[in-house]
Design a protein around this ligand. Sequence first.
Ligand code: NAD
Ligand code: GLY
Length: 364
Amino acid sequence: MTSGIRRVDVGGAAPYAIDIGPGLLDDGARLAAQVRGRHVLVVSDTHVAPLYAARVASALQAKRADAQVIVSCIASGEASKTLASFAELSRELAELGATRDACVFALGGGVVGDLAGFAAACWMRGIDVVQLPTTLLAMVDSSVGGKTAVDLPQGKNLIGAFHPPRAVLADTDTLRTLPARELRAGFAEVIKYGAIVDAAFLDWLQAHAEALLASDPTALAQAIARSCEHKAAIVTRDPREHGERALLNFGHTFAHAIESEQGYGGCNHGEAVAIGMVLAARLSTALGLAPAADADRLRMLLQQFGLPVALPPGLDPEALLARMRLDKKAQAGGLRFVLWERAGAARVQPAVPDDAVRQVLHST
Ligand code: NAD
Ligand code: GLY
């Protein structure tokens, strides 16, 4: 193992490794080791491709001169996570003549990862995808676990598939170019792991907030590795969300409703998750499940990381409730939320009364 690279293993039926550290995008041998066939589609976006796509392609080609490598670039942002983009990637795979041993490199944030992963899941019923996450959020969450999807105007991630990556290579050097707002957004998902399963991690994050926000490489690598260890353990035990994986959706029922109600052009995903976690914690208190002090502490930690903690103005609670009924976590018996009993102890709560949710939505 190259020095400075941490490895986290994901187990289960299709095991793979998450490598975390600097310089991975230039490591042609490591990239080439993931490519079984001769066709590689590098999917990226208009912010990331100019910074990193040529480097990845040339590092790979230096070790695999026989491979045909093309770069496909989508417009950056959630609004690109669509069926139209999926169709465009499928067309490019066809033009490349991609065979069943072809490989998709998903070079970017969670939008690229989810979309490219979905294209890989569907092309010839499933080809390899290597996740090359370039946002903090993608490194700690979306690149791991095999959830792939596109959005519909009616709701987030409504069309998708489980398709685990062949490998995840998280090059932490890429975080140097990440805009500050996007770095902060990633901390929402990092804080989520503390909230759902690791209260001590919340203390650590509070103590290291300054270093983390200043992109201190040691602190960041620790936060990424600890987050990935939690995600890897959960998805190894429950890859298809039959049980505990649902805990990873803490705050997400609210978040997805906010994002889709804003037409995917308001809060980014991490910001929506931050607000959603505050609402989920308040809902837990309102239902008598958890102490109010824990909800207050979570809100303050999110604020410390520069994240929003209240609903953006102009959102109609009734419209959000209607959106939540279409969420994948909803069931015929009523709204189902991931709530908590205290920091570090989340649980799934079925049949939450609409009125309790309404009250919480009106309280912000
Ligand atoms: P994103 O992919 O939109 O990236 C955020 C912004 O940062 C974009 O403008 C992008 O172009 C830019 N960017 C990315 N890397 C950069 C870099 N290194 N330097 C400069 N700019 C860079 O957003 P995200 O927050 O990474 O991902 C959000 C998406 O992930 C949402 O669609 C969400 O639903 C999904 N998600 C999926 C899972 C999963 O399990 N599959 C989990 C969490 C989130
Ligand atoms: N981000 C939620 C999950 O991977 O299950």
